[in-house]
Write a protein that binds this ligand. Sequence first.
Ligand code: SF4
Ligand code: SF4
Length: 743
Amino acid sequence: MDKKTAVYICTGCGIGDALNIEQLKEEGTADFGIDVIKDHPFLCGQEGVDLIKQDIEGEGVNTVVIAACSHRVNYDAFNFGRDVIVQRVNLREQVAWSQAPKEEDTQMLAQDNLKMGCSQAKDTDWVQPYKAEEPYSKDILVVGGGLAGMTAALEAAKAGYRAVIVEKEDKLGGFLGRMKSTVTLPYKALSETGAAQLIQKVEDEPKIKVYTSASVEKVSGGPGLFSVDIKANGNSATERIGAIVQATGWVPYDANKLGHLGYGKFKDVVTNVEMEEMAAAGKITRPSDGGDVKNVLFIQCAGSRDPEHLPYCSSVCCMVSMKQATYVKEQNPEAVNYILYKDVRTVGQSEDFYRKAQNDGNVFIRGAATQLGEAGGKLFVEADDELLGEKIKIEDLDMVVLAVGMVPASRPETTPRIKAPADAAGADENGMIEVAPDSGFFANSALHLAYRQGPELPTLKYGFPDSHFICFPYETRRTGIYTAGCLRRPMETAKAIEDAVGAAMKAIQCTEATAEGKAVHPRAGDMTFPEFNMQRCTQCKRCTEECPFGAINEDEKGNPLPNPTRCRRCGVCMGACPERIISFKNYSVGMIGNMIKSVHVPEEDEEKPRVICLICENDALPALDMAGIKRMKWSPYIRFVPMRCLGSMNLVWIADSLSRGIDGILLFGCRHGDDYQCHFVKGSELANTRLGKVSETLDRLALESDRVRFEEVGITDYHRIPGIIEEFMKKIEEVGPNPYKGW
Ligand code: SF4
Ligand code: SF4
């Protein structure tokens, strides 16, 4: 389709007062064959929007450049449907609100911004959403039939979606089914678990198909197109699935590693899980002789918050011990419970239950056990009492309960035997093999993903599979696969229910978006997807290796095999490809290169340096907008080029900029590392790694390394931005103008 392009400049919000609009119209658009150029004092108002619509309908305008406010606002006002390309140019936050009005430098900045926008509009193509040849499924697979899994399936069914549960045990229920009771808040009395009723509901629900004694053997395809091989009771089945919720739960921390607390040595030392199962079975008795239980000591944080064992807090163990102390008291009102704790963590309304446990006469001791032994058939514990500041000895104990923490069922050491990979030596007759936690095999294979980047969900620091711990709960680094419940983080039953609802809703959103060819979060609704010009592919595998979401498989020759429905449209593959053959309809290496080329580079004697800032549009760009909204000021010599993710940065932009005389390059990306903030997980880290190679370019051009800098900018860092820019501009002044100016 031929383009008919119109530029609309808003003169409201102070833009008209800061700029010479007539000059801007002329000089900012001159090289781009613009058909219509207009200004309006209130472009986002009804009259302004109607003006644009009239040109679309009457004049056949199909490409619109809006030079006004940030593209992050007024999206709906300037949305004219898929047939009209809209390109936004920021003249408000980045120009009128952050620069001195009516200055030559401010005018030049506005002109460059408009030229970049016109260039981008010129290189943007109409978007055609991806549509697979096979029909899309909107069914939800739930792996794990415990509280979170059953809740997720029921929620999906309630919303009208078919759900499939795969449970490894021979019945539904998970750990909930093995509990005696739960604590509901605000606390009145211990509650029944409701497991039987929940199982019944699931079994009565015609939209839910349950496989028990079952495992997922293989997941291939992508969102909307997953093909899931299931083995159940010796039979095989294949389900077409739209999205997946993994709710495979947790396992208790291995108490055998807590020999210093007597586990494995004394029969009457048990874990909180064993205590719960005993209570649920009917009566709490001494495991050693079946005798009655009168004195019980609970050791909190058994292995938890301990760098040698589980470094984190499992959040539920304090409540669980108090609940189990209640069982002991219910069974024998004369019984005495001692609770030896580091800190009692009962947040919010849980505090009521803590008070109840105190009022029940339970003895809370702040301190740590130093010795545990047996005398006359009863246990004793020696401890340092931190509050009394003295050593104490608690004797005549019938049981010691270790409050062990929760380990996500995805963590490798939780099941050290796995189905042996085809080429593995040492498999037993059942095809199982023992694996070390650091062997690189995922021991607890719940999904068996047929993905180039491995069969299971990547995990965060402590083995919890998560994607972005602040912004995107439930998400994993595999598009269309969500986690819920204690697999995601330790949590109590009420939170697991909430979690399951959230994950089910995310899964539903994913199936719906996928069916329309739209991306899921964070670029929700984006209909573009990476296109590969395969004739020029050198099979270098960079794209398949660097895609943070495992969206690209490869064939045996190393050719990339994209799975568009797995793609989050981050552009990391585009930044990685040395051949520059990956592009989107509205984002490509050539397009950004042309935008940078459209920036006017003044001669050296004009003493107007030019800096390009490649800025991540997820965090840093909103922070920049915020700085503008706060009317902060910064150098007029910097030009911002928004990036889908800094990981989409292609080094050629830096090389080309420097060889054109641009004096410096700033990269604003998200924090990376264990506590990363990158919306695309690895993007900013990859950008930083790629930057290591920039020194070759700088050496080749005989330029100073100070000319290129990476800065981590979070969404709340708006107040730092002017300072970062000022400091960088000083550095550029120190190193002097780029000698390539005018070449
Ligand atoms: S790197 Fe990003 S854009 Fe490229 S295939 Fe992977 S998810 Fe999609
Ligand atoms: S990065 Fe580019 S050249 Fe390398 S395999 Fe991918 S598409 Fe081919």
